[in-house]
Each structure stands twice: as C-alpha cells, then as structure tokens.
Design a protein around this ligand. Structure first.
Ligand SMILES: NC(=O)c1ccc[n+]([C@@H]2O[C@H](COP(=O)([O-])OP(=O)(O)OC[C@H]3O[C@@H](n4cnc5c(N)ncnc54)[C@H](O)[C@@H]3O)[C@@H](O)[C@H]2O)c1
Length: 255
C-alpha cells in the first residue's frame, strides 16, 4: 500500500520506543498519523513534534479503543494502517520464593499485549473494510502486530510476557486469512533486543553486554530499524500472514 498524504495511520504505544519511531517514519513518509497511548504527557509531546494528533487510549479496554477509532473515522473518514506497539514486560517467575506467580499480573500482561492487540486490530479492521479498494490489488488496509523473540525463546521470568507474545504470533495467520476477503493484510514483527526506554534504563555496561549477545551486528537494534521494516511491510503487498524476526540472529538463552 502506497503511503501519501491521504494515508491515515494509527500507532499504539506511540509515546515511546518502537511505536514512536514508527509514527515518526510514517509521518515523514507523508501519512496522517494518530498516536494512541496511555501516557498522555509523552504521547502529546511526541505527537506535537511530528505535527500529528494524539489520543489517550488504553488498548486493553475495548470501549477506549472504540471511542478513539470512532473519532479517527469521524475526522479522517478513512483508516489504512494500524501499527500495534503498546506493550508491557514485567518480569516474574512461575514460582518465586515458594509463592505462585501473581495471576493478576499474568492477566494484566496478557490483557495489554495480547487482548489489547486483538482489540485494536479487530476494531480497526472493521473500519478498514469500509475503505474503497486501492491499486491493482484492491488493498484496503495493513495491520502490523508486535510480538517478540520471547514468543519462541522466553527467558526465566518471562512466562507471562512470552505467553502474551506467543498469542500474538498465533493470531497472525488466522487474522490474515479472516481479513483477506476485505483486502486487509496482517503481519507481525518479532523484535530481538532494541534500544528503547525499556533498555535505556539499564547501565551502559549491561546494554553493551546485551548487545554483544547479538551475532551480527553485535549491538542493540535501533527503533528506526524496526520502523523501516514497518514501512516496508506496508509497501509490499506480498507480505501477509507472516511473522518476521528482526533480531540480528539472536536466540535468547534461558537467562
Ligand atoms: N524494546 C525491545 O527490545 C523489544 C523487544 C521485543 C518486543 N518488544 C515489544 O515492542 C513493543 C514496544 O516496546 P518498546 O520497547 O517500544 O516499549 P516502550 O515501553 O518504550 O513503549 C511502550 C508504550 O506502550 C504504552 N502502553 C503501555 N500499555 C498501554 C496500554 N494499555 N494502552 C496504550 N498504550 C500502552 C506505554 O505508555 C509506552 O509508551 C512492546 O509490545 C514490546 O513488548 C520490544
């Protein structure tokens, strides 16, 4: 799908990290970008720096997503691309010091990373299906999901996170199949280790040591590299129903 000034894009988790970089890249490509995030201060500042709009959205709440998408449709009358980057990654083991994993924490991680992704993707698809078909393929929309290499190699303490991201991986193909008759594509990126506020909080030596675990290039990924893949997936109509690892060939060890 070609991106130009008529392209309407929603990015969740856009106040920070991979979502912010995606919003920036798509805005620079000329799209009208609406940033969804729970963090109002950083989201609004990020949107202002891009000349874009911000909406306070909790993706885990279907009503919050519905209200924001309704507003996007009322203002723009179209929705072409949705990039799902909202996510959290608290660490906890299945059993720690004799106590079972807090089920509310497990449910919260799944509620944001998996159900939140489902809420935004499914509701966005219902709007995208109303777009007139574009180009020779008759495309109506592109939905990007964000998993993690933890979907395949969850580490110690990542039981909830890995379960949530495994769900995102599992959702990719059936969602692409469901939406194919509407001309809507669905792809997932499974990032390895990227330098976002999540990792920027770690001491320099820990960041460097994490980066050295990546076979090549031996460093942390840049959010712009994630955003570049987002833009390519939007552009390339043959990419559909696929999960793409973006990880410099890292395979995470147990810890
Ligand atoms: N950074 C990495 O190395 C890495 C690796 C693999 C996967 N990921 C995934 O990429 C995505 C983005 O990660 P990041 O590193 O940019 O993290 P980040 O913490 O920098 O950004 C996440 C954003 O999501 C927002 N958010 C959290 N819960 C939300 C909710 N319920 N509704 C709306 N917004 C919400 C936060 O406010 C934040 O702005 C996440 O899904 C993460 O799991 C990141």
């Amino acid at each position: 799908m070609r991106v130009d000034r008529n392209t309407v894009v929603v990015v969740s988790g856009a106040a920070s990290g991979l979502g912010a970089a995606s919003a920036r890249a798509l805005a620079q490509a000329g799209a009208q970008v609406i940033l969804f995030d729970l963090d109002a201060d950083r989201g609004a500042a990020q949107a202002a720096s891009l000349g874009a709009q911000f909406a306070l959205v909790d993706v885990s709440d279907p009503d919050s997503v519905a209200a924001a998408l309704d507003q996007v449709w009322q203002v723009h009358g179209a929705l072409h691309v949705v990039v799902n980057c909202a996510g959290i990654a608290p660490a906890a083991k299945t059993v720690s010091r004799g106590a079972a994993h807090d089920p509310t924490v497990f449910a919260r991680v799944v509620g944001i990373n998996l159900i939140g992704t489902f809420n935004l993707a499914s509701q966005a698809a219902a709007y995208m299906a109303r777009n007139p078909p574009q180009g020779t393929d008759g495309e109506r929309g592109v939905i990007l999901l964000t998993a993690s290499v933890a979907a395949y190699e969850g580490q110690v303490g990542q039981v909830a996170y890995a379960a949530s991201k495994g769900g995102v991986v599992g959702m990719t193909l059936p969602m692409a199949r469901d939406l194919a008759p509407s001309g809507i594509r669905v792809c997932t990126i499974a990032p390895g280790l990227f330098l976002t506020p999540l990792l920027e909080g770690l001491p320099q030596e820990v960041q460097a040591s994490l980066g050295q675990q990546v076979p090549f290039p031996p460093r942390l990924g840049k959010p712009e590299e994630y955003a570049a893949l987002v833009c390519h997936i939007v552009d390339n109509p043959m990419l559909n129903g696929e999960v793409i690892r973006l990880d410099g060939a890292i395979r995470m060890a147990a810890r």
